[in-house]
Design a protein around this ligand. Structure first.
Ligand code: PLP
Length: 295
């Protein structure tokens, strides 16, 4: 029961009939060297990852995360991950980390080392930062041009827009730009004025009585938290929609949220330096339902 917890994984092919994977898992001391210098994940950011939350011992939304990892692998021409092996690795880790509190569990599939071994994979669990404050107070957001028009994923699939790759330098730069502009976070927009996503979150707004998120077109990720949020809202009888959202519609929305696996739902309280209406009771109800998930 310790953190950080590190597990190196020997990936098996997607069609392997293997059922017990324990001999493919290697627990590591988290401070010990574990990757080769020639790793393409570190040399080129060439790999994919997922981060899920483990709350009081329960890994959240394992299947949507594994299925997005498999989708990212397809987009990046990486060997498709064996879903059974990843399920087993997450379950293996979940039994060996503290059973109380919020934990961020990241799992990575890298193209590996140029002349082998390839691919390489690992899983890493750390205590989650305390997001209770930001869940209560919300975030100030600036919109930033992502530099691409709507439809870029279809026109230029080699940009890997819909894959959750390790190349997050642009996403981190966008957050630093938000800080320079006196805000906490960012919403990316296309050059032709459509809302995309945050650098580490999905965007949901409430507009004309309906909860709306930009359709996961291939240029943005299909957020697992946004899907849970829509399940909860549907259960409450609310209307939910996937569709294009213009920046003008976002500006006129009566509430908006950034949602992601570990921070969960945070209200947007300012947009491009203008105060923005927040619905804190809905945010609290959403986070209570997200934290109560047992799978
Ligand atoms: N979009 C991007 C670019 C992200 O990095 C993330 C999460 O890290 C999300 C959306 C939200 O995805 P999820 O709710 O599955 O964490």
């Amino acid at each position: 029961m310790r953190l950080p917890f590190t597990l190196l994984i020997d990936p098996v092919p997607a069609d392997s009939l293997q059922q017990n994977f324990d001999d493919t898992f290697h627990e590591m001391e988290s401070s010990a060297p574990a990757l080769r210098v020639g790793e393409l994940s570190t040399q080129r950011g060439d790999g994919i990852f997922e981060t899920l939350a483990v709350v009081d011992g329960h890994p959240q939304e394992v299947e949507p995360h594994i299925s997005r990892l498999r989708n990212s692998a397809r987009i990046c021409d990486l060997p498709v991950p064996n879903a059974e092996q990843w399920r087993a690795a997450i379950a293996y880790a979940a039994l060996r980390i503290p059973q109380r509190g919020e934990i961020a569990l990241k799992f990575v599939l890298s193209r590996g080392v140029e002349h082998g071994p390839a691919p390489t994979a690992w899983l890493y669990a750390v205590a989650a930062a305390d997001f209770s404050g930001v869940r209560a107070t919300g975030v100030r957001v600036v919109t930033l041009d992502r530099g691409y028009p709507r439809g870029v994923a279809e026109k230029a699939p080699w940009l890997l827009m819909g894959a959750k790759t390790l190349s997050y330098a642009v996403n981190m730069a966008a957050i630093r730009e938000a800080h320079r502009r006196g805000a906490d976070d960012t919403i990316f927009v296309t050059t032709d004025g459509y809302v995309m996503e945050g650098p580490t979150s999905s965007v949901v707004l409430r507009s004309n009585g309906s909860y709306v998120t930009p359709a996961p077109s291939g240029a943005i990720l299909h957020g697992t938290t946004q899907q849970s949020m829509f399940d909860y809202l549907r259960g409450q009888g609310a209307s939910v929609e996937y569709r294009d959202v213009t920046l003008d519609e976002l500006r006129q929305a009566d509430a908006a949220w950034l949602v992601s696996s570990v921070r969960l739902a945070v209200s947007v309280i300012a947009l491009d330096s203008e105060p923005f209406p927040a619905d804190q009771p809905v945010t609290e109800a959403l986070n209570a339902s997200l934290l109560a998930r047992t799978a």
